[in-house]
Design a protein around this ligand. Sequence first.
Ligand SMILES: [Zn+2]
Length: 288
Amino acid sequence: MTHKMRLFAAALVVVLSAGFMSTAHAQNGPKRAITKIAGDLYRFQNNFHFSVFLVTPDGVIVTDPINADAANWLKAEIKKRFDQPIKYLILSHDHSDHSSGGEVFADTATVIAHENAKATIIGESRPTAVPDLTFSDTMTVSLGGKSVELIHVGASHSDNLIVMNFPAERTLFAVDIVSVRRVAYKTLSDSYFPGWINALRKMESIDFDILAPGHGPLGVKADVAANTGYMSSLYNGVLKGLRTGETLDRLKTNLTLDTYKDWGRYKEWRPLNIEGVYNRIQLQRRAR
Ligand SMILES: [Zn+2]
């Protein structure tokens, strides 16, 4: 073996063992982490889902529990790191992959959600705590000299999605309606148009710097406007196609939305996004 070959073989071993390590990690359980966003605002990761929590001298405000196991892990970590009780749990919307596990925090926390979320959580037997407090448009939660503004952005992604603005931390927590340089998720289940676009515009009018989405990396305020651009091009492109008699298959081929071709999941999810909007408009037509 030459020196170069030995080096190559050594490098290969490193790459292979790194591969094995990440596989082993995945088999050992979910990837969980707590990272600081700004001030006393933290981000909680459970695999591909994220929420945030705010630590104050009078207790902690947590948001989406994600699921019961994740919530139990987070509850123990908060106890260990901050030794503060959890006073509020705020749900971004009713969907189970974000809202499940609320009962873990409900022993000490007041549970808050949009009024439509409460009806769906009860009506569809979601595995979470039933909200104690609901609101229709906006609500401010204050604790220990800090605050979070809850804003219902209208029927958009679900009919009960709220975004959470942490003014002192200059951060907006927004779930499933916005992501950082990535197209929307698959066929946009439980979505409303043009409400989704109106909701993004409403978010653009909020004063903040850091965008904390429910999936993927942190971003900045400009990412919201970029999402408005993408969703508007998608929606208007499908409307125009329907008006000129395009089939769904032709739309999937022709509505290329080239401006966004470098965004994540563009190849796999752009056609599904088109299908989702197309089917939703057809449903609305039939309902009339
Ligand atoms: Zn959702």
